[in-house]
Design a protein around this ligand. Structure first.
Ligand SMILES: Nc1ncnc2c1ncn2[C@@H]1O[C@H](COP(=O)(O)OP(=O)(O)OP(=O)(O)O)[C@@H](O)[C@H]1O
Ligand SMILES: [Mg+2]
Length: 374
């Protein structure tokens, strides 16, 4: 699936935008502050019901306006829309004219992935972003995952609330309730962990293919550690049992499927200590491509890949290998750059032939064609 047309109303500085995308490859160029990231953010917002830049969704409304709308027409002729009224705080989803209250219905219809100049710092900076990355793929590929994960989070919340109650009560008045929640929690953690474990190994086999193109010197040297969220040598139940007092002191569940992580090693050392910034970005791109091609294979809805500010961190050689990798990717790609120089490896003699190019200026979009001169 690809996005054929995007329209926005009052979304950041894109007060009234309409853009017809190429089904495969699109370049958006424009000066600082012109609206490139906002355009990608509008697509991301439609796919995820949130922004990749802020947790304050109301700040997405154009200054001095009370509501904003993002809608797309996709290659299956489906119309998806998401609007928000910031005075009431109500979001509204529309799919082919039918209204929905839950944002999660969008993710079933469109799979959006993004790489920004900040992504690799976040990805290698801590487990939160790695968890988000893996679970995005899980959501689209493992069909049982969304419902199990939702139940898991409900149980986690109950268990945490009970830990805090237990701290307050005199002699463990809530113990019997807690053993019920702990049992549920362990069972669901195991289920989630099995699904994640198999997903991570599936992604790794795809990763090698993309590393071969983007960072061939790393081939056969990268290994991945999947950390399930509790010590490997113990059952979760034992780990929780022997850390009861510690849990009471912290007031939340210290082990479980929510604490998983994925570590990447190069020659057995943490990859982020071995690679330069540009190489880290290429590595994350390889991983993103691995995830995108895997989602495309398993799910009927093909992912749409957004790359913001492609020139950042990448020299001409890196951009050349990246253009080769993108050519092999079987999904729609939308790339932004400050100027067309950053896109030379894509556009030159050896470059990709079929694409659309757009110029963004003060929140307005002008289409440029490949043979347009600057
Ligand atoms: N809620 C808003 N309403 C109106 N304008 C906004 C809002 N939020 C941000 N802006 C403005 O929108 C403009 C576009 O921002 P955006 O981040 O999309 O630019 P960009 O083209 O990605 O720039 P850069 O090359 O620096 O990354 C900026 O001038 C910003 O100040
Ligand atoms: Mg930007």
């Amino acid at each position: 699936m690809s996005v054929i047309k995007l329209t926005t109303q009052n979304f950041r500085n894109l007060s009234s935008l309409s853009i017809n995308f190429h089904p495969n490859l699109n370049f958006i160029i424009g000066d600082n502050g012109s609206g490139k990231s906002s355009l990608l953010e509008a697509l991301f917002y439609l796919g995820h019901g949130k922004s990749f830049r802020t947790s304050k969704v109301d700040s997405l409304a154009c200054h001095d306006t009370q509501n904003f709308v993002v809608s797309v027409k996709d290659s299956n002729d489906q119309q998806l829309g998401l609007s928000r009224d910031i005075s009431t705080g109500i979001s509204h989803v529309k799919i082919d004219g039918q209204g929905f209250n839950r944002l999660s219905v969008l993710a079933k219809n469109i799979a959006i992935q993004i790489v920004t100049p900040e992504s690799f710092k976040l990805f290698f900076g801590g487990p939160k972003e790695r968890r988000r990355f893996i679970d995005l793929g899980m959501f689209h590929v493992k069909h049982d995952f969304p419902i199990i994960w939702k139940t898991f989070n409900k149980v986690l919340k109950q268990r945490n609330a009970n830990i805090r109650l237990e701290c307050k009560s005199v002699i463990g008045g809530h113990q019997s309730t807690q053993s019920y929640w702990t049992e549920q929690f362990c069972e669901l953690s195991e289920k989630v962990s099995n699904l994640r474990g198999s997903y991570v190994s599936e992604i790794i086999s795809e990763l090698n293919y993309w590393l071969d193109i983007l960072l061939p010197s790393l081939t056969e040297r990268v290994t991945v550690q999947y950390l399930q969220g509790w010590p490997l040598k113990h059952t979760l139940f034992d780990a929780l049992n022997s850390n009861k007092e510690k849990e009471m002191a912290f007031g939340y569940s210290l082990y479980g499927a929510h604490k998983f992580d994925v570590k990447f090693l190069l020659d057995k050392k943490p990859i982020e200590t071995q690679l330069s910034r540009g190489q880290q970005k290429l590595f994350l791109l390889a991983l993103t491509f691995a995830q995108a091609s895997f989602i495309a294979r398993v799910k009927l809805v093909k992912p749409i890949l957004l790359i913001d500010d492609i020139g950042a961190e990448l020299d001409i050689n890196s951009r050349t290998v990246l253009s080769k990798a993108i050519e092999k990717l079987d999904c729609q790609v939308i790339i932004t750059a400050i100027d067309s120089n950053a896109l030379l490896p894509f556009l030159g003699e050896q470059g990709i032939r079929k694409y659309s190019m757009f110029h963004v200026k003060h929140g307005k979009v002008l289409e440029k064609y490949p043979d347009d001169s600057e």
